[in-house]
Ligand binder design. Structure first.
Ligand code: NAD
Length: 470
């Protein structure tokens, strides 16, 4: 890694007017590099550059923008090894998983490049033709979290560019470097000002939400921050896509096959050390399968190899920051104090790094903090039930509704139940699977708007109806 990473404003690399801030490696607790701390005035410059660039970028042809997005994908691919190493060093996930993240970034960019912006003919009669077109919104502000930082930046930026918008990004200050590198690479392909990045916490996030020259915000992060963004976005009626926190429930029916489901349940609960918005976060298991499934999950958890994600053979990295580690520790300690059985893990690993082993917590229920609150870390509470209606009620008791799942050998019955889950995506015999062609988003306090597919693309546009009297 370089010693310092700068802002990109109007196609140029710029030092932060407020100096720099350190970026830490969660596996070593050592600084890995410094990033530029932007001032609010630099945000204004970035927005002005994006506004200026929008004048011509919005008129580029669909074909041209498709080609540019494919060239960006080529550049990401050519720099994949560097990007993956950066992600592991600032975010903590094992290198193989960081490589998956970069691969996903490429795939999503190419898929988005090839999407068509539809023109719908509403009426075509003898004297009249009415068409619905989709026009870009203007300047899009992208605010991203630290868990899948590169992938989520791609999810925000590519549909914005594909539809003819320009962008100002603000990544999380825990993981800014991969996104800075991404924006540098994108700037090798797009005109100056089309994509800009401002890093730092000098009120930049809230200044983006209230900025009068930003037309839309796409935000992925926690529900409280989403609420703040929504209230400050009101002044100029910014369009919003809010992908917020979740606390996904999974219900295991008595006819499920424990040997088949244990591994996918473990993997989707502990994906990225559990720091995944749509990870499985509450597991409701029927009495008949409760002990065997708990035992199997514990066996899989105990087989993980914890350590610095840059080292060979590591399957489980650190938690990305101290605050998140402390939250996980607090929730597990609270459950233990309430009489929960900690089947494995349950204590942070001694020594350097924010390591917390995969932890399975049994004999808990709704009403325990570890079940009611989003843990966003390497712990899975397992809740026993005997009546499926009761399980459904407990699953739907959360204020949030991002994803949910039913695990069963009876697909028809599973589907009936899945459709009663209050969430944006209901999986059957799976969880946390997001795909470029399937719209994804939350309901209730998990936000609104979707990403991906045509529906996700059109969130970056406003409809213009053209009414022609022949
Ligand atoms: P966070 O809300 O703390 O921060 C997200 C981003 O918002 C950061 O870049 C931060 O600097 C910025 N920010 C902070 N205060 C702001 C303000 N007042 N105005 C504007 N921006 C501000 O979230 P996090 O801790 O980085 O991420 C974890 C959360 O994100 C979890 O709740 C997780 O479920 C959620 N998440 C959701 C999805 C999804 O698709 N629904 C995906 C990933 C993560």
């Amino acid at each position: 890694m370089q010693n310092e990473y700068q802002l990109v404003i109007n196609g140029a690399q710029v030092a932060g007017a407020n100096g720099t801030f350190e970026v830490m490696n969660p596996a070593t607790e050592q600084p890995v590099t410094v990033a530029a701390e932007a001032s609010p005035a630099q945000l204004d410059e970035a927005v002005a550059a994006a506004r200026q660039a929008f004048q011509s970028w919005q008129h580029t042809s669909n074909e041209e923008r498709k080609q540019i997005l494919h060239r960006i994908a080529d550049r990401i691919e050519a720099n994949a090894a560097e990007l993956a190493q950066i992600i592991t060093q600032e975010q903590g996930k094992p290198l193989f998983l960081a490589e998956v993240e970069v691969g996903g970034a490429v795939a999503w960019t190419r898929y988005t490049a090839d999407l068509e912006i539809p023109v719908k003919v509403i009426e075509d009669s003898e004297n009249k033709r009415i068409e619905a077109h989709h026009k870009p919104l203007g300047v899009v502000g992208s605010i991203t979290p630290w868990n899948w930082p590169l992938m989520i930046a791609i999810w925000h930026i590519m549909p914005a560019l594909r539809t003819g918008n320009t962008v100002v990004c603000k990544p999380s200050s825990f993981t800014p470097i991969n996104t800075i590198r991404l924006i540098e690479l994108i700037n090798e392909e797009v005109p100056a000002g089309v994509v800009n990045i401002v890093t730092g916490e000098s009120g930049i996030g809230s200044a983006i939400s209230s900025h009068p020259d930003i037309n839309k915000i796409v935000f992925t992060g926690s529900t409280p921050t989403g609420q703040r963004i929504m209230s400050s976005a009101a002044a100029n009626l910014k369009r919003l896509t809010l992908e917020l926190g979740g606390n996904d429930a999974a219900i295991v029916l008595p006819d499920a096959d424990v040997d088949k489901i244990a591994e996918p349940i473990f993997q989707t609960a502990f994906l990225n050390m559990g720091q995944t918005c749509a990870a499985l976060k509450r597991l409701y298991v029927h009495d008949d399968l409760y002990e065997p499934l708990c035992a199997k999950l514990t066996e899989i958890a105990n087989a993980q190899t914890l350590g610095n994600g840059m080292n060979d053979g590591i399957t489980f990295g650190p938690v990305t920051n101290k605050a998140q580690l402390n939250l996980v520790r607090e929730l597990v300690d609270d459950a233990r104090a309430q009489g929960a059985r900690i089947l494995c893990g349950g204590e942070p690993q001694a020594g350097e790094g924010f390591f917390y082993p995969p932890t399975i917590v049994a004999d808990v229920s709704n009403g325990h903090r570890i079940v009611d609150e989003e843990q966003f870390g390497p712990v899975l509470p397992v809740i026993r039930y005997s009546d499926v209606d009761e399980a459904l009620k407990m699953a739907n008791a959360a204020e949030v509704g991002l994803g949910g799942s039913i695990w069963s050998s009876d697909i028809e019955k599973a589907q009936q139940l899945a459709q009663q889950l209050e969430c944006g995506t209901a999986w059957i015999n799976g969880h946390a699977e997001v795909l470029p062609h399937a719209p994804f988003g939350g309901c209730k306090m998990s936000g609104f708007g979707v990403e991906f597919g045509e529906e996700g693309l059109l969130e970056y546009t406003s409809m213009q109806v053209v009414n022609i009297n022949k």
